[in-house]
Design a protein around this ligand. Sequence first.
Ligand SMILES: [Mg+2]
Length: 119
Amino acid sequence: MRVLIVDDSSVMRKIVTRGLRQAGFKIDEILEAGDGQQAMEVLGQEQVDLILSDWNMPNMDGLTFVKEARKSIQTPIVMVTTEGGEGKVQEAINSGANGHIKKPFTPETLKGTLGKYFG
Ligand SMILES: [Mg+2]
């Protein structure tokens, strides 16, 4: 499994990485991007199996990223965000996101929400 973590906070990318490891997922490689634009560049060069994306980011936010990514790839995208509003989550799902995890999260939450993507 190769996972792409998209977040403008390097601290948050580390927290997500640690959470994935604590959840016990088998991960071959973690790739990182600081915003949606960088994520699109990574996806132009790399194949990943799962994408975890923040919502609020400079240059290209998470919602725009989902819309852009869905023009070319079907890789699962799960939003990891403080935006808990039902309308916003629904908007992301309608735009092609596969799920949603609220910050702060526990390894158990990650396990429950992301387990189905780790065969
Ligand atoms: Mg952010």
